[in-house]
Design a protein around this ligand. Structure first.
Ligand SMILES: [Zn+2]
Length: 508
C-alpha cells in the first residue's frame, strides 16, 4: 500500500471517550468509540442516536475545521455504547470530536484519561450549553468532567472541583496538550436575586381579604386552590404572591428543583441552586408535552415538574384541554408524573401546589346580580368544562369579586408577605409536631362536639360528599393550626366551609 510522501503509515486507530446522555431527568454513562481507518473517507455514527446526534456529523466536522484542526481524510466510524439505550441531544458532539482527534493522532490517548466530555459544538468551534448538566455530571462520576465554560458552575453544583470548562474546541485541544491551563468559569453576577426574594409582595394587594386568607391557608396546609371571580378581581396577582408565603426550600428540595430545571435546559439562578419555591404559569394553549413532559426522543420535564415544591398556576382553568387536566390526576395524587415512550417509562417529580383561576361564566360577570349577559345554555356549557372529579381536586374554591374602589384608594397597604409567611411557618411547625406525636393519645378529641355536629349535618343534607367532608376536615385543621389551637372548633369548620363556597358558582 502506498502513502502520500511524508505521511505516516496508517491502518486504523480506535479511541474511547467517556460521556453521558440524558434520559428524562437522569443521566446515563455513554462510551463514545471512534474508529479511524483507511478506506473511502466517510463519517458514520451508530448506536441508537437520535436526530440531534446524527446531525453531530456536520457540526463536529465544521467545528474541527473552524478550530484549525485537521480532519482525517479517512473512514470515521463512531459507536455510541451501550447500544441498548437511546442517545439524545447534542451533548455528544464534544466527546465525538475529542475521540476523533485522539483516533486521528492529533491528541494523545493519555490526555483524555480520567476525563469525561459533554457539550454541543457550534460550527465555529465554540462549546455550547447542553440541558441536564447536573444529571450528566452525576452519570460520569467519579471521572472528571469537561463541559462548555458556561456550564461549569451548573455541573460543579454536584461535582465540585472535578469539573473543567473550555470556551472553544481549539482552547480545549491546547489545554489537553499541556499548552495551557483550564480557564476560569465566568464569575456570578453580583446583582443576582432569585426566587421568592424577588417575588411580588402581598403588601401590594389591597382589599381582597378573602383571597389573602385563602392564600395563607393554602400555604400553611399545602392545599389546592381554585379562585372563581370576574376579570379584574386580582386572581393572578394573588397567585403570584403564594411562593413568597411558602417556607424556603430545604437543601434536598433545592437540589430536586434545580435538577429538574437543569434537565429541562432552563437557566439556573446564576448557575446556583434554586432556594425559593418556583412559580409556573403555563398558558392554556401550551401543548400537553409542554405541560406534563415528554417528547419523542429525549424526554423533557414539563411545567408540572418545573413547579415541583412550588406553585403551578392555571389561569382560565376552563380553557385547558380536558386531556391536559386529566393528566394532572396522577401527579396530584402521587407527586410524580410517569411519561412513557417506546422502551420504558421515565418518572419526573411533580409535587406542586395547584392554584387555578376561572371566570364564573363566559362573560365573566356571573357573580354580579343582573350584569351577566350569558345565556343559560352557555353558562351551563361553561360549567360542564369543569368536571366534578376535577372540582374535587380543589380543597378551597373561593369566590372573589372586584375589590371595592374605596378599598383600593384608601391607600393602606396590605399585610406584607413576611408577616403571613411567619404564621404559615408556625402553623406548619404545629402540624409537623402533631404528626411526630401521632402515636401518643391526644388531650381530648381533636374535633369539638359542635364542630362534629356541623359536619354531620352538612353530610346528611347532601351539602358535603364523603370526599368533601375529608377535605373540609383537613382545611379546618389547618385553620386551627394557624390560630395556634389544638382542637378544631365550630369556627374553624365554618371558615373551612366558607372557603369552598365558590363551588356553588361553578358546579354543573
Ligand atoms: Zn356571564
Amino acid at each position: 500500500m502506498s502513502h502520500p510522501a511524508g505521511a505516516r503509515p496508517f491502518t486504523h486507530m480506535l479511541a474511547a471517550v467517556a460521556s453521558a446522555t440524558l434520559s428524562g431527568a437522569v443521566g446515563r454513562a455513554v462510551s463514545v468509540e471512534v474508529h479511524v481507518s483507511n478506506g473511502l473517507p466517510g463519517f458514520t455514527i451508530v448506536g441508537l442516536p437520535d436526530a440531534a446526534v446524527r446531525e453531530a456529523r456536520d457540526r463536529v466536522r465544521a467545528a474541527v475545521l473552524s478550530s484549525g484542526l485537521p480532519w482525517p481524510l479517512r473512514r470515521v466510524t463512531v459507536n455510541l455504547a451501550p447500544s441498548g439505550i437511546r442517545k439524545g441531544g447534542a451533548g455528544l458532539d464534544l466527546p465525538i470530536a475529542v475521540g476523533l482527534l485522539v483516533a486521528a493522532g492529533e491528541l494523545s490517548p493519555t490526555c483524555t484519561e480520567g476525563l469525561a466530555f459533554c457539550g454541543e459544538l457550534g460550527l465555529n468551534g465554540s462549546l455550547r450549553h447542553v440541558p441536564g448538566m447536573i444529571a450528566l455530571a452525576d452519570a460520569v462520576a467519579p471521572l472528571g468532567l469537561v463541559v462548555p465554560l458556561g456550564d461549569v458552575r451548573e455541573a460543579a453544583l454536584v461535582r465540585g472541583s472535578d469539573v473543567h470548562g473550555a470556551a472553544t474546541l481549539g482552547e480545549l485541544a491546547r489545554v489537553l496538550r499541556g499548552q495551557g491551563d483550564w480557564p476560569d468559569p465566568p464569575a456570578p453576577s453580583p446583582s443576582a436575586d432569585h426566587g421568592a426574594h424577588g417575588a411580588p409582595d402581598l403588601a401590594e394587594v389591597r382589599g381582597q381579604a378573602v383571597g389573602r386568607r385563602a392564600l395563607e391557608v393554602v400555604a400553611a396546609g399545602r392545599h389546592h386552590l381554585l379562585m372563581v371571580g370576574p376579570p379584574g378581581s386580582g386572581k393572578t396577582m394573588l397567585a403570584e404572591r403564594l411562593p413568597g408565603l411558602l417556607p424556603p426550600l430545604t437543601p434536598e428540595e433545592a437540589l430536586t428543583v434545580t435538577r429538574v430545571h437543569s434537565a429541562a435546559g432552563c437557566a439556573l439562578p446564576d448557575g446556583a441552586l434554586f432556594d425559593q419555591p418556583p412559580f409556573r404559569a403555563p398558558h392554556h394553549r401550551a401543548s400537553i408535552v409542554a405541560l406534563v413532559g415528554g417528547g419523542s426522543w429525549s424526554l423533557r420535564p414539563g411545567e408540572i415538574s418545573l413547579a415541583t415544591h412550588g406553585v403551578l398556576f392555571l389561569d382560565e382553568l376552563g380553557e385547558f384541554p380536558v386531556a391536559a387536566l386529566e393528566a394532572l390526576r396522577q401527579p396530584l395524587e402521587e407527586g410524580v408524573i410517569r411519561v412513557s415512550r417506546a422502551g420504558g417509562t421515565v418518572a419526573f417529580p411533580a409535587a406542586f401546589l395547584l392554584v387555578a383561576a376561572m371566570n364564573p361564566c363566559p362573560c365573566g360577570e356571573g357573580v354580579y346580580e343582573g350584569a351577566c349577559t350569558c345565556s343559560p345554555a352557555s353558562r351551563a356549557r361553561y360549567r360542564r368544562r369543569i368536571s366534578a372529579p376535577l372540582l374535587d381536586r380543589f380543597d378551597l374554591v373561593v369566590p372573589l369579586s372586584r375589590p371595592d374602589p374605596d378599598e383600593l384608594l384608601a391607600g393602606t397597604p396590605g399585610e406584607p408577605s413576611a408577616a403571613v409567611a411567619a404564621r404559615v411557618a408556625a402553623a406548619r411547625g404545629r402540624a409537623a409536631e402533631r404528626a411526630q406525636s401521632a402515636s401518643g393519645a391526644g388531650e381530648g378529641p381533636e374535633l369539638a362536639a359542635d364542630a362534629e355536629s356541623l359536619l354531620a349535618a352538612k353530610l346528611r343534607s347532601g351539602d358535603l360528599s364523603a370526599r368533601g367532608l375529608h377535605k373540609v376536615s383537613r382545611v379546618a385543621r389547618t385553620v386551627a393550626d394557624l390560630a395556634g389551637e389544638d382542637q378544631v372548633s365550630f369556627a374553624h369548620v365554618s371558615e373551612a366551609l366558607s372557603l369552598r363556597a365558590g363551588r356553588a358558582a361553578v358546579a354543573a
